[in-house]
Design a protein around this ligand. Structure first.
Ligand code: GDP
Length: 369
């Protein structure tokens, strides 16, 4: 039997019979753990290998049950979004399943914003976007999970609003929820301490419970897959080349109408009508921008997609959806936002078009800078 074996994380006696009891470890994993001299119960194992929590779809039965559970709970909801992709971060029906619980809105990936951008403006914008989606956050914070910006502030804010309640962290995949949870664990306890001190009530695989000081829990829920997200529209190897990675350096162009800028082969900007103007592009620093004549743009795209206009590459160009066009006239200084990619700031009084792969939207907002 396994009677004497204990999880080196939580100390629970290892057993392979009941997934709902502490110490559960599938038999094969016990063998493997013994060989590697690293025997963790399934729960601790998952906690260490955080990214292995499988994402779910919104129709997943177990997940819907979890959502219903949140509605009935008395808890603080921490809703994590990607500030570069607000719509891609939306959880359909979120306002329904939060019930009467307060929502703390957390905009992640703040480190990517240029220095010149006032954080309060962007914070106001994501709050407004949340309102449009029917969510009225009790508060809104910008953080960088990766760079550990404002995490202490976030923890204080959570403490302020939760008032001895559980905390549910929700978000779609790719917004950085795992990175954030790991940062929180590190900040509060250090991973090691957490694992040895935690009690692990229940062992459902669809959530992870991190104990808080007062016996309540911070509960991480699985990421939800959102189809209309750059991450699901582009092949992985291309995504790596277009998703912003470092603080964005603005690039300025003097444009006349009738000119087009290609963002690699993944997005496009047409200056349709107006005087000679300056526009500023905010995209990943390594994404190459190409300027060409509007009249020639379609042919140029067909001819050079996969070489001059890359990503996609020669091998992936068949996998990206065709570009879809959105047209706008500006009556104030405006950002043309390419969701998940970045934006272009244009002056008032001109007509422009933005193109993005089908499934990804281009929208406008009052200029942030
Ligand atoms: P999850 O699917 O929501 O759990 O997202 P992950 O934590 O796996 O992160 C998705 C991607 O975003 C990864 O490539 C991370 O490195 C990146 N990421 C997460 N947080 C940040 C952040 O604060 N800043 C930046 N620049 N990237 C981040």
């Amino acid at each position: 039997t396994n009677e004497e074996l204990r999880c080196i994380g939580c100390g629970a006696i290892i057993q392979s019979e009941d997934p709902n009891e502490p110490g559960y470890t599938p038999a094969a994993a016990v063998k493997k753990g013994l060989v590697n001299n690293e025997l963790y119960c399934q729960r601790c194992f998952r906690l260490r290998h955080y990214n292995e929590i499988a994402p779910v779809s919104l129709t997943d039965d177990d997940f819907l049950q979890l959502l219903n559970h949140i509605r009935e709970a008395n808890a603080l909801i921490v809703y994590v979004v990607d500030i570069f992709d607000f719509n891609g971060s939306l959880i359909p029906g979120l306002h329904r399943f939060v019930g009467n619980n307060p929502v703390l809105l957390v905009g992640n990936k703040e480190d990517l914003l240029p220095h010149s951008l006032r954080r309060t403006k962007l914070r106001d914008w994501i709050r407004q976007q949340a309102n449009v989606a029917g969510i009225r956050p009790i508060d809104t914070l910008l953080v960088s999970a990766k760079k550990n910006h404002q995490i202490e502030e976030l923890l204080n804010t959570i403490e302020k609003y939760r008032q001895h309640r559980d905390v549910y962290v929700v978000g779609v995949t790719n917004v950085g929820k795992s990175t954030l949870i790991n940062q929180i664990i590190k900040q509060r306890t250090g991973v090691k301490d957490l694992i040895t001190t935690s009690r692990f009530p229940g062992t459902t695989l669809d959530k992870i419970e991190i104990p808080l000081d007062d016996g309540q829990e911070l509960i991480d829920t699985p990421g939800i897959i959102h189809q209309h997200q750059m991450a699901h529209v582009l092949p992985a190897q291309d995504l790596k080349l277009v998703a912003p990675q470092k603080e964005i350096k603005p690039r300025t162009y003097q444009l006349s109408d009738g000119q087009t800028i290609f963002m690699g082969g993944i997005a496009r900007f047409d200056y349709l009508k107006g005087p000679k103007v300056g526009v500023v592009a905010y995209f990943d620093n390594n994404l190459q921008l190409h300027r060409t004549k509007f009249s020639n743009a379609d042919t140029f795209y067909e001819k050079h997609l996969g070489d001059l206009l890359t990503p996609p590459t020669k091998t992936t160009k068949g996998q990206i959806p065709s570009l879809e066009r959105f047209e706008f006239s500006t009556d104030e200084k405006t950002d043309l936002v390419y969701e998940g990619l970045g934006w272009i700031t244009v002056p008032a009084g001109i007509a422009v078009a933005g193109w993005a792969p089908q499934g990804v939207r281009v929208l406008t907002r009052r200029a942030m800078i």
